[in-house]
Ligand binder design. Structure first.
Ligand code: NZQ
Ligand code: ZN
Length: 393
């Protein structure tokens, strides 16, 4: 196991009706003038926004609102939010929504206290090390991106449609309110996209060259098994509170890095996917459902036994000692079949991209002759090959 530091100071408030306590937690973390940031309207329709406002009213907390965050959030609204926060002397950003809303909130929180262009931090991740940001709190409405417990934010710059991530301690939410009942209004497709993203966050960490990481291996396997067990339940019965609760917590544990510490991580599937969602505006989870199995197919020979471990321990495939490669492949096939069973796409064409888009996708990766990824280092040719594997045959 590698040396590591792990600091994950988010205060989690989990369970039914917990959003009623939002004022208490805004106070606890020093907020008195709040920006409530939300998305395209699901929180208006569900009545959650009104409940949040009245909870803040009850605690005498001033607020302004800014809605309109789109999935795969873009820079335009971030600039608007920064301007609003400065004008209103906002001291706390409250994200009410999913990963897109939370990431947009983190960008606004970062940009408000920075004299330059907030995009600087997304263009060059290293710049965030000494940065400060307004405190952010979240009320999560979809189990997926894990941004409620992560130090990351992913934004697309409209100019050039570049989707980039940044990450640093200053972006970890101060508190996150997780009420599984709030996710019961999700359409089955969004639920499945979220589940795919959660599983992908585990796989990105599971596939590693670091040896002797049994504890984190087993945490990863347990999370994957829980997702395989619980996801079909909520696809079938959207208001299954207990299954929603298990998935919501899995989404947080999958991405606050508890299952990634002490080991090299890969992240190539995310990196390949981000260019697709920037191009086609597909849901991030749907993009991963197409790219991740293709990536697995491309790299499994790098460590066949690691792929066998997943196949046997997670998917329950029999181990073929005479032909371990067939076991590894059976595990990848089981992952594909599972994704299909929950309604996820399996080809690039279903995401709105085609073979003709591949040169553009490869170019926007911005590799410039370099390589990336922790498990298998990929260059532009490898990226092109993986995109091709994801095409409809
Ligand atoms: O905008 P509204 O109307 O709220 O609708 C949203 C949106 O259309 C809807 N939705 C959310 N909660 C709902 C609901 N509809 C009904 N009932 C509810 N309770 O779902 C749609 C998707 O929402 P979004 O926030 O985009 O989903 P998700 O949480 O998957 O976030 C995706 C974004 O997160 C980034 C992705 O790249 C993508 O941009 N990621 C962020 C990460 C991080 N910050 O750590 C890591 C991830 O790997 C990921 O890259
Ligand atoms: Zn993801």
């Amino acid at each position: 196991m590698n040396n590591f530091k792990f600091y994950s100071p988010t205060y989690f408030v989990f369970g039914k009706d917990t959003e009623k306590q939002v004022g208490e937690y805004v106070h606890k973390f020093g907020g008195s003038r709040v920006l409530i940031h939300y998305g395209g309207g699901s929180v208006v329709k569900s009545g959650l926004l009104e409940r949040v406002k009245s909870a803040l009213d009850d605690d005498g907390i001033y607020y302004v609102t800014l809605g309109g965050v789109k999935p795969n959030p873009t820079s335009g609204l971030v600039y608007k939010g920064i301007e609003l926060c400065r004008k209103e002397k906002i001291d706390f950003v409250l994200a009410v929504g999913g990963g897109s809303v939370i990431d947009s909130s983190k960008a606004i929180a970062l940009g408000t206290l920075y004299e330059g262009d907030f995009w600087d931090f997304y263009e060059d991740k290293s710049r965030i090390a000494n940065a400060t940001a307004l405190p952010v709190g979240t009320i999560l409405t979809i189990a997926a991106a894990g941004s409620e417990g992560s130090s990351d934010s992913v934004i697309t710059k409209e100019e050039g449609m570049l989707k980039r991530a940044t990450g640093g301690d200053c972006l970890r939410p101060k508190f996150s309110i997780l009420n599984p009942a709030l996710t019961q209004t999700l359409p089955a497709y969004q639920t499945a996209c979220g589940a795919t993203d959660i599983m992908a966050h585990v796989f990105e960490r599971y596939f590693t060259n670091t040896e002797n990481v049994e504890t984190t291996d087993r945490i990863c396997e347990a999370l994957l098994m829980a997702m395989i067990h619980e996801t079909p339940k909520v696809i079938k019965t959207p208001d299954d509170y207990e299954a929603r609760a298990n998935i919501m917590w899995a989404g947080m544990v999958a991405h606050n890095d508890i299952c990634g510490v002490g080991r090299e991580q890969d992240w190539n599937s995310h990196w390949l996917e981000h260019e697709i969602s920037a191009l086609t505006d597909c849901a991030h989870g749907a993009g991963l459902a197409v790219i991740m199995p293709a990536w697995m197919e491309y790299v499994y020979r790098h460590d066949i036994m690691r792929f066998c471990k997943v196949a046997v321990r997670v998917w329950g495939c029999p181990m073929d000692f005479d032909n371990p490669e067939s076991t590894a492949k059976a595990g990848i096939a089981a992952f594909r079949a599972f994704l299909k069973s929950i309604g996820m796409p399996t080809t690039m064409q279903e995401l709105g991209a085609d073979e003709k888009d591949i040169p553009y996708l490869v170019k926007t990766l911005g590799l410039n002759g370099g390589k990336t990824g922790g498990f298998v280092h990929l260059d532009e040719k490898d990226a092109e090959n993986i995109y091709k594997l994801a095409l409809r045959k």
